[in-house]
Structure formats: structure tokens, C-alpha cells
Design a protein around this ligand. Structure first.
Ligand code: FAD
Length: 308
């Protein structure tokens, strides 16, 4: 019931300035966000790596309408990848990139600039043995993001993409992206989407997730199962086994701060578990989407504010 208003608030400038100015918000946000700068990100990556987990780092930011800001974001990724390499943490690491943070929405040549900026991040990742995954944003960006993915994969065939099971088109997208070398992160989807393009009912989204999993697990690519849902994880494990996939042929992914004990349990069981670690000052949209996913998080947030 609260999902729609919280997702609307995630895109509201007024709500953003309200939430950001509450002094106690930051310490609550810390549950989901590693910190504000590269040093925070590297520290958390080291801790997770020591616990047997892999990582994908997201330098927070989205919906940029300023070319200089997009360039700053690219530099932040370059700096972070160099810092990971300096600490011996880059090999096998991944970075997650929102194309809207690197220029996709710029009024002139947005897609072209986003492609060039994403290319620079891919070059920096390749230089240190890391990979790149393109996050997926709302449905108006899906075709553009998959188009940019195709262009990037010509030079960097290991670039991955995210597909969202709540979109009606996704089963077909899974088929198209289930070939050799393709890396697909399957998630349920985190944005407010209209009925015309997306399943609205949770059970329908779950059924779509399972159909998509079947396609990806039976395919020749590398499926990345991004969910905290114990049912989806159990089904993915079974499908992977039936398809004869070893732990090196697929992986599980969860968000930093969500079900951390389960993340460690799955890794200890011998599976590959990658944690999505966001950091940076632009945490508002990301944080609001996490609140929208789970009313208990909202209670936690409000309780945190009330006790300060
Ligand atoms: P749900 O049905 O939402 O939840 C199942 C159970 O998981 C819940 O009962 C609860 O126990 C736990 N849980 C779920 N969410 C939370 C939470 N916020 N706090 C605490 N517990 C929780 N979405 C996009 O649209 N684009 C992306 O690019 C994208 N990238 C992602 C990358 C990763 C690695 C992950 C894990 C998710 C990503 N998402 C992305 C978010 C995703 O779409 C879902 O919104 C989110 O993962 C919640 O769905 P779920 O599969 O965990 O299942």
C-alpha cells in the first residue's frame, strides 16, 4: 500500500530536501549505504571479501541532467577502480552503473554521451580485471540501455545487464540475452511502472521471475540471481542443478545491508554470492526504493528518527 507513494517520493525534489535535512537520517541510511567516499567503499569491500563474498560497487547517482556531473561520476568510478586495484581487491570485482548517472538523460546527445562515458568505465574496469554491469532503471530506458549494452559488448563482451521480471517484455529479453558470454542479472524490479508494461501483482511478478530464471539457466550465458526472496533462491538453486551448472557458472546477488547472514550462509555453502555495495552522497533515490520494498524498513527508519 505504501509502495506507490514512497516510489513517487523517491522522485520528488521537495521530499528529497525534507528527508535529507533531517539530521538523524544519515545514520539510518548507513544500514544500506557503505559510506560517502572511495575509502568507505574500499573498507566495506575488504570486509565483505574477507567473509568470502564478491562485490559489485555502485557509485550512487541517477537522472543527471548536467554533463559535468556525468563526467564527475565517470571519474569517481575510475578513482574507485584504481583504489580497489591498489589494495589487491579489483580482480573479479564488478561495478554497477546507472546510465542515467553518466548522461543518458542529457537533452542533447544523451545516449551518445552515456555510451562514451560507460565505455571509459569499461576501459578502467578492464585494466584492473574487473567487470561492469549496467543497472536497469524505469521502463522508458529499457530499449536505450539494451542498445548501449549491445554497443559496449562489441569491445567488452563481458559487460552485463539487469532485466526486471515485473516487465511483461522481460521473458523475451531473457531469451535474446541467454547466449554465450552474456551476463544477466535478474531482479524483480524496483520502480513504479504502469499496468500496460508491468505485472502489478506480487504473485504474477514471482511467476515471471521463475519463467525468466528457467530461460537463463537453460541458456548458455551467466545468470546472476538478484533476490532476497528465499523461494526464488531455492528455485534458482534447483534449476541450476538441473541444468548442470557449477557455482562458477552462475551467481547469487543481494543488496548491502539486506539479509547479511543469509549472504554469508549461501557463500559458506559453496555458492558464489555477490553483494551490491552502494556508496556516495546521492543516496536519496536508492534509499527510498529500499523503503518502498519493505514496510518494516520504513518503521525502522521512523523509529531511528524518533529515538534521536
Ligand atoms: P521481495 O519479494 O521484494 O522480497 C523478498 C524478501 O526479501 C522479503 O520478504 C524480505 O525478507 C527480503 N527483502 C526484500 N527487500 C528488502 C528490503 N529492502 N529490506 C529488507 N528486506 C528485504 N532493481 C531494478 O529495478 N534495477 C536494478 O538494476 C536492480 N539491481 C539490483 C541489484 C541487486 C544485486 C539486487 C539484489 C536487487 C536489485 N534491484 C534492482 C532491486 C530489485 O528489483 C528488487 O526491488 C529488490 O531486490 C527486492 O526484491 P526481492 O527479489 O528481494 O523480493
Amino acid at each position: 500500500m505504501l509502495r506507490a507513494p514512497l516510489l513517487a517520493a523517491a522522485r520528488s525534489r521537495r521530499m528529497r530536501s525534507l528527508v535529507e535535512t533531517v539530521p538523524a537520517t544519515r545514520s539510518v541510511v548507513r544500514r544500506f549505504v557503505a559510506g560517502s567516499d572511495t575509502a568507505d567503499a574500499v573498507r566495506v569491500v575488504r570486509e565483505l571479501t574477507e567473509d568470502g563474498l564478491r562485490i559489485t560497487l555502485d557509485h550512487l547517482g541517477e537522472d543527471t541532467t548536467d554533463a559535468a556531473q556525468a563526467t564527475t561520476t565517470v571519474r569517481a568510478y575510475e578513482e574507485m577502480l584504481a583504489a580497489l586495484a591498489a589494495d589487491g581487491l579489483a580482480q573479479g570485482a564488478d561495478v554497477s552503473v546507472k546510465l542515467s548517472a553518466v548522461g543518458q538523460f542529457l537533452p542533447v546527445d544523451g545516449e551518445k554521451i552515456a555510451l562514451e562515458n560507460a565505455r571509459r568505465i569499461c576501459e578502467a574496469a578492464a585494466a584492473v580485471g574487473a567487470t561492469v554491469t549496467l543497472d536497469m532503471e524505469d521502463h522508458t530506458t529499457t530499449d536505450s540501455t539494451l542498445g548501449i549494452l549491445r554497443e559496449l559488448r562489441v569491445d567488452f563482451p563481458w559487460v552485463g545487464a539487469v532485466l526486471q521480471a515485473y516487465l511483461r517484455r522481460t521473458e523475451q529479453d531473457c531469451r535474446e540475452l541467454s547466449g554465450e558470454g552474456s551476463r544477466v542479472r535478474l531482479c524483480k524490479g524496483a520502480y513504479a511502472e504502469p499496468e500496460t508494461v508491468a505485472f502489478q501483482d506480487k504473485a504474477e511478478v514471482d511467476r515471471s521471475y521463475v519463467r525468466c530464471l528457467k530461460v537463463l539457466m537453460a541458456g548458455k550465458g551467466y545468470p546472476m540471481v538478484a533476490s532476497h526472496d528465499p523461494r526464488m533462491i531455492a528455485i534458482a538453486e534447483k534449476l541450476a542443478m538441473e541444468a548442470g551448472r557449477a557455482p562458477s557458472d552462475h551467481e547469487f546477488q543481494m543488496l548491502y545491508g539486506i539479509r547479511p547472514e543469509e549472504q554469508r550462509r549461501i557463500a559458506a555453502d559453496g555458492e558464489t554470492m555477490r553483494v551490491y555495495v552502494p556508496y556516495g552522497d546521492e543516496w536519496y533515490g536508492y534509499f527510498m526504493r529500499r523503503l518502498a520494498e519493505r514496510p518494516a524498513n520504513l518503521t525502522f527508519f521512523l523509529r531511528g528518527l524518533a529515538t534521536r
